[in-house]
Design a protein around this ligand. Structure first.
Ligand code: M7G
Length: 180
């Protein structure tokens, strides 16, 4: 018998195809709800650092689309980790795996608030976002941010910011709603 996860998760892949809309370029790859099925999927796909520029992976609870518009995301926001170019070879794959393990292992006290996580592979610098459902739940959001920094061994002085999706929608660089 396999080891069940508390939630079922879906992995999505985004490839930048200009003949299609952004939403159509989001493709569901697979869903899993056991530890064993997660590792067989993970071991079978490319590392984030091996994807082409412009691609994303997203891991969301099954039933939530990796989009601001989804009912589960529309009142939420994301903790954003901006990586420097040189971190693609050191930190990117480790951060992404550690974040996946935090998600599927329900590592946060406020794990119910977590919707999913996204990694963007970009020439200007890769990004990882952890999406939560309710930007106004300040204690829950901050607990997730602090735990994230701790689990990724991000230095105390290197702050990370939480941005509300509604602000990101209006301008690509949104102000920080919280920082930890
Ligand atoms: P990005 O891929 O998050 O970051 O957003 P980037 O600027 O570093 O590439 C790029 C563009 O993708 C946005 O300006 C939107 O046009 C589109 N986009 C991104 N997201 C996360 C969404 C979304 O959730 N919904 C919709 N409709 N478009 C999005």
């Amino acid at each position: 018998i396999k080891h069940p996860l508390q939630n079922k998760w879906t992995l999505w892949y985004y490839e930048n195809d200009r003949t299609n809309t952004w939403e159509k370029n989001q493709k569901e790859i697979a869903s899993f709800d056991t530890v064993e099925d997660f590792w067989s999927l993970y071991n079978h796909i490319k590392l984030a650092s091996e994807l082409r520029q412009g691609c994303d992976y997203s891991l969301f609870k099954a039933g939530i689309r990796p989009m601001w518009e989804d009912a589960a995301n529309k009142r939420g926001g994301r903790w954003l980790i901006n990586l420097e170019r040189k971190q693609r070879s050191n930190d990117l794959d480790r951060f992404w795996l550690d974040i996946i393990l935090c998600l599927i292992g329900e590592a946060f006290e406020n794990s119910d608030d977590v919707c999913g996580a996204v990694v963007n592979i970009r020439g200007k610098g890769d990004k990882i976002g952890i999406w939560t459902a309710d930007a106004t739940n300040s204690e829950g959001v901050k607990e997730i941010g602090r735990k994230l920094k701790d689990r990724l061994h991000i230095k105390q002085k290197d702050t990370i910011g939480y941005q509300v999706h509604k602000d990101t929608m209006d301008k690509s660089v949104a102000k920080n709603f919280y920082t930890v």
